[in-house]
Design a protein. Sequence first.
Length: 70
Amino acid sequence: MADTPATLSTAEFAALNHVKPNTVRQRLCDTASFYGVRPVKLATRRLLWPSIMVTVDGPVVIPVEGGHHA
């Protein structure tokens, strides 16, 4: 999982995991990760997330085309 590039915004990562962006932000604030998945923090304070879907069995890498950040 560590070699999965972080290319998704928080909103895109939340949509991939079928939750609201604020749910991701709150979980990150409370536990320093979203069920084991940690974002990369840019110098601009924005977060980039890997294209990983969190499941009951653990994180699963999802191929996402055209991932970008603004």
